[in-house]
Structures are given as structure tokens and as C-alpha cells.
Write a protein that binds this ligand. Structure first.
Ligand SMILES: Nc1ncnc2c1ncn2[C@@H]1O[C@H](COP(=O)(O)OP(=O)(O)OP(=O)(O)O)[C@@H](O)[C@H]1O
Length: 256
């Protein structure tokens, strides 16, 4: 399923009665099965863009479309995964994965079957009866992905899912996420501060300006192995893409 922003702006009311423009005139399209990352300075509106895609906020101007239909509220087409895994500590892993299915009224047997399938997909077979505190940070993130995949959304939104992990766990997890998402053919939008991560995982990268966020560059990552960031990482071109992003974000000037 494709995702599209058409001339989207979003302002928030402020406490002093004014308004704050967070996102300004953003237009882009993510094709079915495509993986697109959004990078940009802190506070430029990245999370606001994800929230509007998930239907949690409505645009102040413009339209957000999923499969050519305007998004009017939270819906089953879109699955959301955050930096914090938000697993329920009192539920076992399999019960956590079943959670979204329960609220959608899926019957017990089918729930269990879908949860076990996604556990295996996310390399967590054998951990179904563990509780979140018994798992490492990386395993908890995999469980959170399994929970997102279990509801079988057509579009997956990832808000910095790897940022709290150590470098090695991060790379392994990026690799397993990338493979799982490619196999499942999901349309994906990833928000990240990590420029290398954007290059390793994406088909395309959108660069946002400082707030109010607007798209200042769109970079197509013309490299193989989107499903295997560990392989892509060994390609010398990765550094060139990261340098391009660095320049767009004017990071050198800011450091001076
Ligand atoms: N619900 C809200 N009410 C008021 N202001 C908000 C709300 N949500 C976001 N904002 C403001 O909108 C701007 C963009 O926020 P957003 O969280 O989208 O940025 P971001 O790019 O994701 O930031 P970061 O990279 O630091 O996570 C910020 O100035 C923020 O304070």
C-alpha cells in the first residue's frame, strides 16, 4: 500500500494562545514495498509526520493518503513502533504479541498462530513464555516488531527503534529488521537521527529543514542489499551518501 503526503502543514496551539508551525508544506510519496527514511534536526517535525500518518493528528493543511484514501484516524493499515518498546511488563512475550490482535477481536487460536509465526520471523522462537524483563534490549525491540507485524499492517512506521541500543546490537537488529520487512513486502517510513542507518536501510531518504520542517532534499540510495545492511555497510559508496546528508544538514557549519 502506498503512502502520500500532499502539501501537508501542521501547526499546534501554544499555551500563550499563539500557534507553532511544526511542519510546512510537505509532499512526498512512498510506493508500496518501499523503505523511506526521514532525517532532520531535532524538533523539525519528524515525529509529527509519523503521527499524522498513523492518524493520531490531522494536518492543519493538505492531505495524508494511505492507498489513495485520506487518513481520518487511527486505522488497521498502519502499524507504529517506537524507540521505547512499550511491551507490557506483566504479560509474557507471546501475550504481548497477541495484544493488538485481542483488541481487534481475533479469536484465540488464530491469535496464537499469528503470534508464534511472528516470533519465529523475529528470531524469538523459544522465548514466548518469557517476560519482557528477562529479555535484552535488542530482543525486546524484536518482540515489539513481532507485535507490529502480527497485526499485519500494510505500512510500518518506525520512530528511532534502534537508537537506545549499543552499536553491535544495533547493526544485528537493523539487519534482521531489514530482512523481515523486505520479505514481508511492507511499505516503511523510518525516522532516525543516525545518517548511516538511513543509508544502510533505505531506498530513499527525505531530508527535512529546521522547524518548520519542509523537505530540502530527497536522496535515492542506489545501492544493492537493502535487505542486508551488514552487507551494504561494506560498500565504499555508503560514506559518500552519508557525506551528502551531512552537507544538506549543514553539520559542519553548525560545528564551527
Ligand atoms: N502535541 C503537541 N503540541 C504542541 N506542540 C507540539 C506537539 N507535538 C509536537 N510539538 C512541537 O512541534 C515541533 C516538532 O516536534 P516533533 O516531535 O515532530 O519533532 P522531531 O523532529 O520528531 O524532534 P526530535 O528529533 O527531537 O524527536 C516541536 O517544536 C514540538 O515541540
Amino acid at each position: 500500500m502506498a503512502l502520500e503526503f500532499r502539501g501537508v502543514s501542521k501547526s499546534f496551539d501554544t499555551r500563550d494562545g499563539g500557534s507553532l508551525l511544526a511542519v510546512n508544506d510537505v509532499s512526498f510519496r512512498v510506493e508500496e514495498g518501499e523503505f523511506v527514511s526521514v532525517v532532520g534536526p531535532s524538533g523539525c517535525g519528524k515525529s509529527t509526520i509519523l503521527s499524522m500518518t498513523a492518524g493520531l493528528y490531522q494536518p492543519s493543511e493538505g492531505e495524508v493518503l494511505v492507498s489513495n484514501q485520506p487518513v481520518t484516524g487511527p486505522n488497521a493499515h498502519v502499524g507504529f513502533m517506537l524507540q521505547k518498546d512499550l511491551l507490557l511488563p506483566w504479560r509474557s512475550i507471546v501475550h504481548n504479541i497477541e495484544f493488538g490482535l485481542e483488541s481487534r477481536g481475533v479469536g484465540r487460536q488464530e491469535r496464537r498462530a499469528r503470534a508464534m509465526k511472528e516470533l519465529a520471523h523475529c528470531h524469538l522462537a523459544g522465548f514466548e513464555d518469557h517476560f519482557p524483563y528477562q529479555l535484552s534490549g535488542g530482543m525486546r525491540q524484536r518482540a515489539a516488531l513481532a507485535r507490529t507485524l502480527a497485526i499485519d499492517p500494510e505500512i510500518i512506521l518506525l520512530d528511532e527503534p534502534f537508537s537506545a541500543l549499543d552499536a553491535q546490537t544495533k547493526l544485528l537488529l537493523q539487519n534482521s529488521f531489514a530482512g523481515t520487512i523486505k520479505d514481508a513486502g511492507k511499505t516503511t517510513l523510518l525516522i532516525t537521527h543516525d545518517l548511516a542507518e538511513a543509508v544502510l536501510m533505505s531506498d530513499r531518504i527525505l531530508v527535512l529543514s529546521e522547524r518548520p520542517g519542509t523537505i530540502i532534499a530527497e536522496i535515492k540510495v542506489d545501492l544493492p542489499h537493502r535487505d542486508q545492511p551488514i552487507k551494504r555497510r561494506q560498500m565504499p559508496e555508503v560514506a559518500d551518501y552519508a557525506t551528502q546528508l551531512f552537507k544538506h544538514l549543514k553539520l559542519e557549519e553548525k560545528a564551527a
